[in-house]
Design a protein around this ligand. Structure first.
Ligand SMILES: C[S@@+](CC[C@H](N)C(=O)[O-])C[C@H]1O[C@@H](n2cnc3c(N)ncnc32)[C@H](O)[C@@H]1O
Length: 364
């Protein structure tokens, strides 16, 4: 679909109308297109070109959208990480639960640890002292819960990256307090442009950060680039359901629900698990495996909502900031998305071939 402009957004250079509906396109408050793609405000749908693919934005426009999104992500986590740590501890990811199990709040921390352990098991990570990982990167590290856990478990070195300066600082302080300063380090850096040499890490770990990445191809490319030959890549992330062969997009009402979640949690366009698998295959990665773990995480969001409604949660929220409060209001939407089968909690793992040592630069 063609579009004309410019007319709409004062912050953003990419100001256009949907030509079919003559309606303005929707923008984030930052001025970036919602989801990193173009939305028609009249039909609430993602605009598509004649070939059925999402319309490509200009390079400048994409960069502007990405910058706006990343600023939002950094501010969101700067603002909300302290509250999360106060109530939930240092893991900012779903727990892994037995389907149908009844859990109390105190069980949630062990469920979050179990998520890490189940992910390692799914990827067939070796516990053998000769084969266990020695160099790990934690992409989108939060306040470093996974980094410290993995460093201790394997006696490995771990480097974490996050967009949030507050998180990087807190992650390092917690590591230092646990005597891990020689093993674990954190910095503010972009997962789409990682400050690492090619082929450094025998475990590339991305626990619930992929959903924030506006360019999934670049994201996966970077994970593969920094992985050592033979290294394991683990991506645990929010996806939308796989499309059926007769579909070329989600249904409009599904897009609307995801758009609300995107706006609250600073997420760009979602993709499916099948999209990730396709990307990994295109890079000739090996042992690619994916599984839907939605049923194992079902108790998580109800528990987060319950904790937000506790006295401690409620008063913390009130003193936090608008971004955190907006995120809290969106929590029931996650439950709705899971219940409708729209949102999938996915694990995708693979291995970089051991034999492409000389070819890693082509992944940059
Ligand atoms: C939900 S938190 C998960 C934190 C952590 N993995 C955990 O399990 O505790 C998402 C993290 O992804 C990070 N993130 C999002 N986009 C990023 C990017 N482009 N580069 C680096 N980190 C990013 C955020 O800063 C945040 O630390």
């Amino acid at each position: 679909m063609a579009m004309i402009g410019p007319t709409v957004c004062t912050t953003c250079v990419i100001s256009q109308l949907c030509i079919r509906n003559r309606a303005p396109l929707l923008f984030h408050s930052s001025g970036a297109f919602i989801n990193g793609v173009s939305w028609c405000s009249k039909t609430n749908t993602v605009l598509r070109n004649r070939a059925g693919g999402r319309r490509r934005m200009s390079v400048n426009a994409t960069a502007t959208a990405t910058e706006g999104l990343q600023k939002g992500i950094a501010e969101f986590y700067d603002e909300s990480s302290g509250i999360w740590e106060n109530i939930w501890g240092d893991h900012m990811h779903h727990g892994f639960y037995e389907p149908g199990s009844d859990v109390s709040l105190s069980d949630h921390r062990s469920a979050q640890i179990r998520m890490i352990e189940e992910s390692l098991r799914f990827a067939s990570l070796s516990e053998d002292s000769e084969e266990k990982p020695r160099n790990i990167v934690d992409v989108g590290c939060g306040i470093g819960g996974s980094s410290r856990y993995l460093a201790k478990k394997y006696g490995a070195k771990c480097q974490g990256i996050t967009l949030s300066p507050v998180q990087a600082q807190r992650a390092q302080a917690l590591a230092n307090a646990q005597g891990l300063e020689s093993k674990v380090s954190f910095q503010v850096a972009d997962a789409l442009n990682q400050p690492f040499e090619d082929g450094q890490f025998d475990l590339v770990w991305s626990m619930e950060s992929g959903e924030h990445m506006p360019d999934k191809t670049k994201f996966v490319n970077e994970l593969a680039r920094v992985a050592a030959p033979g290294g394991t890549i683990i991506i645990v992330t929010w996806c939308h359901r796989d499309l059926s062969p007769s579909e070329d997009s989600l249904r409009p009402e599904e897009e609307v629900l995801l758009k609300k979640i995107c706006d609250a949690f600073y997420l760009p366009a979602w993709c499916s698990t099948a999209d990730y698998v396709k990307l990994l295959k295109s890079l000739s990665l090996e042992d690619i495996k994916a599984e839907d773990w939605s049923e194992y995480v079902a108790p998580f969001w109800p528990a987060v909502i319950k904790s937000a409604l506790s006295w401690k949660g409620f008063t913390s929220l009130l003193t936090s900031g608008w971004k955190t409060i907006k995120g809290a209001f969106a929590m029931p939407l996650m439950i709705e998305g899971y219940k409708k089968g729209l949102i999938k909690f996915a694990i995708i793992t693979c291995r970089k071939p051991a034999s492409i040592r000389e070819d890693t630069s082509s992944l940059s």
